[in-house]
Ligand binder design. Structure first.
Ligand SMILES: O=c1ccn([C@@H]2O[C@H](COP(=O)(O)OP(=O)(O)O[C@H]3O[C@H](CO)[C@@H](O)[C@H](O)[C@H]3O)[C@@H](O)[C@H]2O)c(=O)[nH]1
Ligand SMILES: [Mn+2]
Length: 801
């Protein structure tokens, strides 16, 4: 019954200590995520790492080989599908059926043996058991048909990289950040560098950073990134470096060499490392640099604009975003919108670097030195508007990118995640471009979230392996995994609320849209939509960024743009919910779109998780609260039409009701209070048979769990941690989520959810220091009540007897 926890997580510790990448042999999930630096040759199929054949068998061998012989004439087959071997799948399904029968028998027996005395206890426990049984069914049924899908990178390369090949379509990559301190800027710059260095045609993707803080520090960090990328990216290309986030790369102990100039690696490496250290110093000192500069400008101006305390850009103009000293129109939640193209779209022809010389010690003569487009966006903020957090930022970015590059595909991840496998943009493309039916009605491809810096025994179940490798993978056998907020590739048309091609081409649907009321007032934006829906397209190199483009950009990133439109409901990321990700994916599934869950080796993306208990609990609160909000919203799975697969509906029901279990767990936990009464009460009589039933159904759930451990390839430890942390969440956090939801239903006020903080003041030298810093968490009140009541009851009982 566990594992209903939503999405996965992120937080991290000290900035200065950096992103230490552990080199462990944890081995969780079949192969340690490439942490040991193993690297499969480009021709190897991704995902095979987990596709051990004692569990998985191929189901599309025939289709794939007929595709390879050029049969279809159209697009090739670009991914492989596997199902669980019969020898595991059949007993697994049989056990699920057996348990279903067992719990029905159990309820029937209990009803036939209704307690006469202590009827209240019986009724309550019966209600609890019914809910436990029901929620188990919700959780279990969608897992009946686990399917694994693996991208065929070699086939993609054959088809799209050769001289006579078609072109890979364009991709817009979106990263969101809010605060340069809570979300340490070092992670954000690493994230951006890893994107700029990805192995994807450089003129066919663009990178967007959305900064909801509107700080000059972020903007200048991007300028520094653009400069350092001029060295970092060619270095990555020349030597085939992995991973391409410098902090993780330099932390790595062993590296397999993939480049073509092994002899120069040592000196190049040393040089780039030195430059990186200097780059980090510049990033770290941005706060002071900008402050000093601003003080100087403010001082000089003192005569005229006495008292002005502006924050100044390097070119001597006032920063339009937030200032160090908040002022009218320059504070959090109140500032102008900013869109700055930091790196322009590159030329379509390769540009090779210079040979080694005194000024440039790296020989880049055979290396393409172009960089992809990089854009900084901070949407407008005004008091009185609900800015809708991440969802609002994503929608503003979706519109601004349409005006600038308008790629038909979009990749989205959080600023604390980075591209860990340079092929990460190619792998999801294999699913989007596959010639088989599934290809065109796939709305998104979801990668699991993988994390660095989690303590080796993963005390707070941060890796969430049961959720990713089990629950999400099994949804592949239905309509596909839910969207998890990060590590996802989308089809742009699906984000616009268009229905899958079976119900009409994207073009005809877009033409039919009543654009002004649905999509807002920017005709320039609306006119990009047709192109944006064409999946074969590359990206649009932006025209000269003249006044009119700037005006359009300002319009689509303005805070009131969404007012009175379908944005946040039928278009873009969904609003008014703490877990915008699940709700946004749900809208697509409800329309009949499919999604794909896939993983690759080494992991496509990696991020950081909150190893501090306080942060972790608040994160779980946001997810569980958001999930209940989903149930009580237009995104309720019961309201969806017939295009939602029946078991997919069950999966979403589970995702939006799982915290309710806490009510019953709470009562069960208080049952020992009955020791306080002098008469004897029994939950159920005859008690012996009752116990036997209980032991039976509990044993079965664990045997089923062992089968899941087997097919998902997780470790026993992962499984135990999940069970443990489920109980912590269910007793400590879900009660608060349920209370919040009840409050919201009665008062109409939503929950204020805080950002998951990625940094605490723990001492930088000590590796998992944060694990042990316990801050007072009101969330734990229910747990403490339960503990106190139980200890008290035992004490009283002892005293009485
Ligand atoms: O006003 C805001 C608030 C948040 N964010 C960004 O949203 C992302 C996620 O926020 P965070 O507080 O780090 O949440 P997590 O718990 O780490 O996020 C998980 O859960 C969220 C849903 O609750 C998903 O959106 C995330 O992708 C998923 O990683 C980060 O990049 C933030 O910068 C914004 O852009 N604007
Ligand atoms: Mn995060």
């Amino acid at each position: 019954m566990a594992s209903a926890m939503s999405a996965a997580a992120v937080t991290r510790r000290t900035n200065t200590a950096g992103f230490r990448v552990e080199i462990t042999s944890n081995g969780a999930g079949g192969g340690g995520d490439g942490q040991d630096g193993r690297w499969p040759p480009a021709s190897r199929r991704v995902g095979d790492g987990g596709g051990r054949d004692d569990v998985w068998v191929s189901v599309d061998e025939a289709e794939v080989s007929s595709g390879a012989s050029g049969g279809g004439g159209g697009r090739p087959t670009l991914f492989r599908t596997y199902k669980v071997k019969g020898s595991i799948l059949h007993p697994y399904r049989f056990l699920i059926l057996a348990r279903l029968i067992a719990i029905i028998a159990f309820f029937a027996w209990r009803i036939r043996h209704k307690n006469r005395d202590g009827a209240w206890l019986w009724t309550m426990s019966m209600a609890g058991d019914v809910w436990f049984g029901f929620s188990w069914v919700l959780n279990q049924l969608p897992k009946l048909n686990p399917i694994k899908r693996a991208a065929d990178l070699a086939a993609l390369a054959d088809r799209y990289d050769g001289p006579s090949s078609g072109e890979l379509p364009g991709v817009d990559v979106f990263v969101t950040t809010v605060d340069p301190v809570d979300e340490p800027i070092l992670y954000t710059v690493n994230s951006i560098l890893s994107i700029l260095a990805a192995d994807y045609p450089v003129d066919r993707y663009a990178c967007y950073l959305s900064d909801d803080g509107g700080t000059l520090v972020h903007y200048e960090a991007m300028v520094e990134v653009a400069r350092f990328a001029g060295l970092w990216v060619p270095f990555c290309r020349k030597h085939g470096v992995e991973p391409r986030a410098p902090e993780s790369y330099f932390a790595r102990k062993t590296r397999a060499y993939k480049g073509g100039a092994a002899g120069e690696l040592v000196s190049d490496h040393r040089r780039v490392r030195r430059e990186y250290e200097e780059f980090k110093v510049r990033i770290d000192s941005l706060f002071t640099t900008i402050r000093k500069r601003s003080d100087a400008y403010n001082g000089a101006k003192n005569g005229k604009d006495a008292g002005e305390n502006a924050t100044w850009m390097a070119d001597g103009t006032r920063w339009p975003g937030t200032w160090f000293e908040p002022a009218e129109n320059h504070r959090r939640g109140q500032h102008a919108g900013i869109v700055q193209v930091i790196l322009n779209h590159p030329s379509c022809k390769p540009r090779f670097g210079l040979a080694a010389s005194v000024d440039n010690p790296l020989d880049l003569s055979g290396v393409d030195v172009r960089l992809p487009m990089l854009v900084y966006i901070s949407r407008e903020k005004r008091p009185g508007y609900n800015h809708q957090k991440k969802a609002g930022a994503m929608n503003a970015m979706l519109r601004a990118s349409a005006l600038l590059s308008n790629a038909p595909f979009i990749i989205n991840f959080d600023c604390d995640h980075y591209v860990n496998n340079s092929q990460a943009f190619r792998a999801p493309m294999c699913f989007m471009l596959d010639r088989r039916g599934g290809g065109d009605d796939g709305a998104f491809v979801q990668f699991p979230q993988r994390f660095d810096g989690v303590d080796p025994t993963d005390r707070y179940a941060n890796h969430n392996r049961v959720f990713f490798d089990g629950t999400k993978l099994s949804l592949n056998g239905l309509q596909g995994p839910s969207y998890l907020g990060t590590g996802t590739m989308f089809r742009r048309a699906a984000l616009y609320g268009v229905e899958p091609p079976r119900w009409g081409s994207a073009a005809s649907q877009i033409k039919a849209m009543d654009s002004a009321s649905k999509l807002g007032s920017s005709t320039s934006f609306v006119s990009t939509m047709l192109d944006g829906a064409d999946q074969e397209r590359s990206i649009t190199p932006p025209a000269v960024l003249d006044e009119s483009v700037a005006g359009d950009l300002a319009a689509v990133t303005a805070c009131g743009y969404d007012d009175g439109t379908s944005w946040g409901r039928d278009v873009g990321w969904v609003y008014n919910i703490a877990t915008e990700d699940v709700a946004t994916g749900f809208r697509m599934h409800r329309q009949g779109w499919r999604s794909v869950y896939t993983s690759m080796e080494p992991a496509a993306f990696r991020g950081t998780a909150p190893i501090n208990l306080t942060e972790r609990l608040y994160q779980i609160l946001r997810w569980s609260g958001g999930s209940l909000e989903m149930f009580f919203s237009h995104s309720n799975a019961l309201l969806a039409g017939r295009r939602l697969h029946p078991l997919q509906r069950v999966a979403y029901l589970n995702m939006s009701t799982y915290p309710i279990v806490t009510v019953f767990i709470f009562f069960y936990n208080l049952f020992p209070v009955m020791w306080l009464f002098s008469e004897q009460y029994y939950i159920q009589q005859p008690f012996g048979t009752y116990l036997l039933y209980l032991v039976g159904v509990i044993a079965m759930i664990h045997v089923i769990g062992m089968f899941e451990v087997k097919w998902s390839g997780i470790t026993l430890l992962d499984w135990c941690r999940n069970e443990q942390f489920y109980m912590i969440g269910a007793t400590g956090v879900y009660p608060t989520a349920v209370l919040y939801m009840a409050l919201k239903l009665f008062t109409g006020k939503g929950i204020h959810f805080r950002l998951t903080s990625k940094q605490t003041a723990a001492c930088p030298g000590e590796k998992f220091a944060d694990l042990y810093t316990v801050r007072w968490v009101p969330l734990l009140i229910p747990t403490i009540v339960v503990l106190a009541v139980n200890v008290g009851a035992v004490g009283v009982a002892n005293h009485v007897t």
